[in-house]
Design a protein around this ligand. Sequence first.
Ligand code: 5GP
Ligand code: MN
Length: 320
Amino acid sequence: MNNTINKIVEELKKYSTFLITSHESGDGDSIGSQLALAFMLQKMQKEAIILNKDPVPEMYDFLPGVEKIQNETTRNLADFQVVLILDCGSLDRLGLTIPNQNLFINIDHHLDNDNFGYLNWVMPEMSSTAEMIYLLCKSISLPIDSAIGNNIFTGILTDTGSFRFSNTTSQCLHIAGELVEGGVKPSFIVNKVYERKNYAQLLLLGEALSDLKITEDGKIAYIYLKNEIFQKLEVDISDTEGFVNYPLSIASVKVVLFFKEISKNYFKISFRSKGQINVAAIAEMFNGGGHHNAAGAKVKGNLLPILDKITEVITKQQLY
Ligand code: 5GP
Ligand code: MN
């Protein structure tokens, strides 16, 4: 790890133009990490732009520098010497095509990262990519100002489910503590991220929970939202963030599946688990991926056969 981080520091010092990007459907970690890194490069007098496939969800609109994130550019991407790809396990999750003559630097904490870069710094033991950006910032000896601190804190906070998931380590708590000592206000960030929902978003949660199903043994729960409801309530798929955790709060439940119908018979599935069940391995069967206790995939087909297939895999393999 030290070797790779040192090489990355060398490349950041050596080159002058950088393109920063991350996976489609950005979340707190991908957005916070990219913004923190952009501020670091700015301090190093480098040119850096951030290009993402999707717009920033409203809950992250308060992040310092959020206006830097572009969804299209007139710039020729081949002109950037280095592409920094954060929080993204494979190039097909970018949803963007980046010319391959650039140098790709891959910074990520996904277990199934396929090491697509020229440099690959992949640490599944990290709570978040934001934690890795903090370590990078320290390695370059850059001061962590309010803009960098708020972005890193948000990445760690959201990827650990507010310091509740099993990826919450003493290291990430120490880092969060240091950021708070430096002036970051956790209650400010929590308010911005989690306490600015509107009425329709709560109705959407009600809609999802009203049809909660649990298997006979009580161990697998699933919820789903049909495509029509998003139009009816005038909400977006990103407004479902966090819903998947509610069924997991039932004592007997070990795995939760959350089906979001993006378009007719095309589902985004979120997988969550408690304990030893590796949902990344289940998501991989559907060309998805993620982490041990949190993963996702996109699947075409009818809901019930997909559901049957997943529950069969879990029960047959006696994953719990
Ligand atoms: P979520 O369910 O919150 O969208 O995603 C949970 C985790 O699974 C995240 O770490 C995310 O990066 C990963 N993930 C979600 N969807 C996909 C997917 O379609 N492919 C892969 N490889 N990973 C995904
Ligand atoms: Mn992440």
